[in-house]
Design a protein around this ligand. Structure first.
Ligand SMILES: NC(=O)c1ccc[n+]([C@@H]2O[C@H](COP(=O)([O-])OP(=O)(O)OC[C@H]3O[C@@H](n4cnc5c(N)ncnc54)[C@H](O)[C@@H]3O)[C@@H](O)[C@H]2O)c1
Length: 423
């Protein structure tokens, strides 16, 4: 007998919500996008028809009988939903998490888990109060094809016990600048800073690969290029008197005519996105609290040391990762499809190639949607737990506390503050 389609609801239909629709449809599981829950219905409909298909076309196979665009959970028919994706900002997801659990369906929780330690505590308390709640943390780096290979190599013992990890996250300059352009102001209050909204992926990846938790953290965050203020800083791009000489002027960053058209349709003049004041048009040099060079050292319970750095101004993007163990080491760039393993005394050296998989985030998005919908179908346990999200968040806040105080921070103390109960 043919299985019924999984009826999906998506809370928060901005960049992330939109970007998960195609991976869901491509996941190989029969799904139906049934509810788009976003306070801005005009924008939701605009995005839907721009990126996918006209939602009012009843003949469309993906949205039959039709997608319902609603503003809040209260308008969702609880008998007509099998799974929820929470893809609004960290703050909105924290505020609405308990209500999301009341639907009694599996929940996909975007990273980062929350925008504060109190928020994390609130989420974990709500989760524990609901014994059968199923929450899948959206750490898509775990679903990068190379990650699977690294996990296997470590498990086989090819490099022995991991003792040291070098991890450099490099954001291409235009990507780094986009955080200042889009999110300056909002990031600190709604999404946390870079250690929270971005590095949580990396912290989780390390915790996942070595299956351990950090004990103490030292960090230092600094602004070196963007957000410094000064005489060349302005309010935004479209009113700027220096646009002709600025390499970050918005229209110069767009290298395709269609991207520019999309930008103009969406953000300039009377447009859906403008109606909520979301315009990625801030001057990237305007004074900001965001930092573009972030370093963090973590000492783990099992003795491993992580040396993490994140820069927002690289010419080429990537994550350079080196794992050094008692019997060998492995090194790779997560953006490539290959890693190199060297064993002790140069006894052997081999390369591992990952299967080339298409899709957003190096093929990780379709795979994470497949894993989530498999969990929904099988009613199995979540492979990516809410506590994993809490630990990644705590590492980020420990980093900020350390950077502000210029001292080592006890992570276990902060884990208690965040409501983490597991040892
Ligand atoms: N895993 C990844 O690779 C990845 C990538 C990008 C973003 N993200 C995460 O996704 C989240 C959203 O980021 P974004 O860039 O899509 O932001 P966004 O601002 O583009 O989208 C947020 C959406 O939420 C809606 N919204 C606001 N308040 C709401 C409410 N009360 N109820 C329902 N909808 C509401 C807004 O109208 C907007 O459409 C963030 O937490 C971010 O960290 C994850």
């Amino acid at each position: 007998m043919k299985k019924a389609k999984i009826k999906i609801g998506i809370l928060g239909f901005g960049s992330r919500g939109v970007s998960l629709v195609q991976p869901l449809l491509d996941s190989g599981t029969d799904v139906e996008i049934k509810w788009i829950i976003d306070t801005d219905i005009k924008q939701s409909k605009f995005f839907f028809s721009h990126w996918f298909f006209n939602p009012d076309n009843e003949n469309n196979k993906y949205c039959h009988p039709k997608v319902n665009f609603v503003k809040s959970f209260s308008e969702v028919d609880r008998n007509e939903i099998d799974a929820l994706l929470l893809t609004a900002s960290e703050k909105v997801r924290t505020d609405l998490f308990e209500e999301a659990l009341s639907f009694n369906v599996p929940v996909f929780m975007e990273k980062a888990l929350s925008n504060s330690l109190e928020g994390c505590n609130k989420i974990l308390t709500a989760f524990r109060a609901k014994a059968d709640a199923k929450v899948f943390m959206g750490f898509n780096l775990r679903y990068n094809p190379l990650t699977e290979e690294v996990k296997k190599i470590i498990k086989r013992g090819d490099i022995g016990k991991p003792l040291f990890i070098h991890y450099l996250e490099k954001l291409r300059e235009a990507h780094g600048a986009s955080y200042y352009r889009r999110l300056s102001g909002r990031l600190e209050h709604e999404q946390g800073g870079m250690f929270i909204t971005k590095s949580c992926h990396d912290f989780d990846l390390v915790n996942y690969l070595i299956d351990d938790r950090p004990e103490k953290i030292f960090a230092s965050c600094k602004k070196v290029l963007f957000g410094l203020g000064g005489e060349n800083a302005r309010k935004n791009c479209h009113e700027c008197d220096r646009a002709f000489e600025c390499e970050h002027e918005m229209t110069k960053v767009m290298n395709k005519r269609e991207d520019l058209k999309y930008y103009n349709d969406l953000y300039i003049g009377e447009s859906p996105a403008n109606s909520r004041g979301y315009v990625p048009d801030n001057c990237v040099y305007k004074e900001s609290l965001l930092t573009d060079m972030n370093n963090l050292i973590a000492e783990y319970r099992g003795g491993l040391r992580l040396n993490y750095a994140q820069i927002l101004f690289a010419a080429k993007p990537g994550r350079e990762i080196g794992i050094f163990g008692t019997h060998g080491s492995l090194q790779y760039n997560l953006n490539d499809q290959e890693l190199k393993v060297n064993t002790r005394w140069n006894a052997s050296e081999y390369n591992v190639k990952a299967n080339n998989i298409s899709g957003n985030h190096g093929g990780a998005d379709p795979r994470i949607m497949k894993a989530f919908t498999d969990m929904v179908r099988s009613k199995g346990e979540s492979p990516s737990r809410i506590e994993d999200g809490a630990w990644a968040l705590v590492m980020g806040y420990a980093g900020y506390r350390s950077s502000a105080s210029e001292t080592w921070v006890d992570v276990n103390e902060m884990a208690k503050e965040a409501g983490i109960k597991e040892k």
